[in-house]
Design a protein around this ligand. Structure first.
Ligand SMILES: Nc1ncnc2c1ncn2[C@@H]1O[C@H](COP(=O)(O)OP(=O)(O)O)[C@@H](O)[C@H]1O
Ligand SMILES: [Mg+2]
Length: 357
């Protein structure tokens, strides 16, 4: 991790980056209230920008995670539309869902006439699920811990889906685990900014959690996230990813090795590859791939790893699966579940009807 510190100052209307590399602070554009953050290191470089560890100077230097994204103007519109995109995230924030990472602040700098820099300030969380699993010593997570993590994961996903947000990239690196064991979803809600305003850098995007309909470049909606949840459930038991393909075709091949080649009737229309591209094969017993799973967990896993997105279990249905039945009553009365999660608000045209890639 980089150790030099950077502060942000100036305000949202300034043109160009701050001249000083050692003292950059940033002030909220839409209010006079100062909210300064100091950068203390790099957490990670992603496909769309960089995430820094920082301190909130107005809040006792509390750690924050600052995601910086540069957004180019496009023919479709000004970068302002990207700023409007973030209003959805701010609206979601009002629910303070326990399984969603807190978004503390949104700042933007006009860099040039056609480029803005967006800074999203999140609560800092010590580790993501990938690190958590790496650090977890043998013999791995107990069944109760796995069940608790899955309950929190599905609870967060159900909340997003109730608000018509498809995560689209659920994977251990985008799931954060607090030191108290609370699971929080991160890295969602910016998909439209990404697709409209940015060019992907050459960072490799993992395919291992992708639903078959995404790999086949068909239409997709909320069920894609449940496929990812299935891959993650298996990984919680195995402490290694379930299906590791290096290309779309190889990933699909590995999927069909596990769940069997779908029938002609199930094969979707207008997709990138015909069914004949794959060898016919029967489904394998899931316990061959996930030896430690119990029969009830296996039943849930089967319903998550269902080829047909229309028949795949939903987050709400999964939460009611008997895999969680033993402690669901105590869970529902605990603070882990938001009571207002089905409330809806204007989501700027988002819907859980199919969206194309
Ligand atoms: N709030 C946070 N606190 C601590 N680390 C975080 C936080 N958000 C993200 N990270 C870490 O930074 C990485 C990249 O962040 P992410 O939001 O997923 O951006 P990207 O678009 O680059 O994938 C994550 O995989 C995670 O390890
Ligand atoms: Mg990410």
């Amino acid at each position: 991790m980089k150790t030099s510190s950077t502060k942000y100052h100036g305000n949202g209307s300034s043109h160009g980056e701050s001249s000083s590399s050692t003292t950059k602070t940033h002030r909220r554009r839409d209010s006079h209230e100062k909210s300064n953050y100091e950068e203390v290191g790099v957490i990670g470089n992603g496909a769309y920008g960089t995430v820094y560890k920082g301190r909130d100077l107005k809040n006792d230097g509390k750690f924050v995670a600052i995601k910086k994204i540069r957004i180019q103007n496009t023919e479709e519109g000004m970068p302002m539309s990207a700023i409007r995109e973030t209003s959805l995230l701010k609206q979601l924030e009002k629910f303070e869902h326990p399984n969603i990472v807190r978004l503390l602040d949104v700042l933007h700098n006009q860099l040039t006439e056609t480029e803005i820099r967006l800074l999203l300030v999140f609560e800092y969380i010590d580790q993501d699920l990938a690190t958590y699993l790496e650090r977890c010593s043998s013999p791995g997570l107990g069944p109760d811990r796995i069940r608790d993590l899955m309950l929190q994961l599905l609870n967060g996903v159900d909340f997003l889906h109730a608000h018509r947000i498809v995560h689209r990239d659920l994977k251990p690196q985008n799931i954060l685990i607090t030191s108290q064991g609370r699971l929080k979803l991160a890295d969602f809600g910016l998909a439209r900014i990404y697709s409209f305003h940015m060019q992907l850098t050459s960072v490799v995007v993992t395919l291992w959690y992708r639903a078959p309909e995404v790999l086949l470049q068909g239409q997709y909606a909320t069920p894609v996230d449940l496929w990812s949840c299935g891959c993650i459930l298996a990984e919680l038991y195995n402490r290694r990813p379930l299906l590791c393909g290096q290309s779309d075709v190889e990933q699909l091949r590995k999927i069909f090795e596990l769940i069997g080649l779908p029938s002609e009737e199930e094969w979707p229309e207008n997709v990138s590859l015909p069914r004949e591209s794959f060898r016919s094969r029967p489904p394998q017993p899931l316990e061959k791939y996930v030896p430690e799973i119990d029969p009830i967990g296996k039943d849930l896993l089967e319903k998550l790893l269902c080829f047909n997105p229309h028949r795949r279990i939903s987050a709400r249905e999964a939460l009611n699966h008997r895999y969680f039945r033993d402690d669901i009553d105590s869970f529902r009365t605990s603070s882990s579940l938001s009571t207002s999660e089905t409330d809806s608000f204007d989501t700027d045209g988002r819907s859980d009807t199919p969206v194309s890639k």
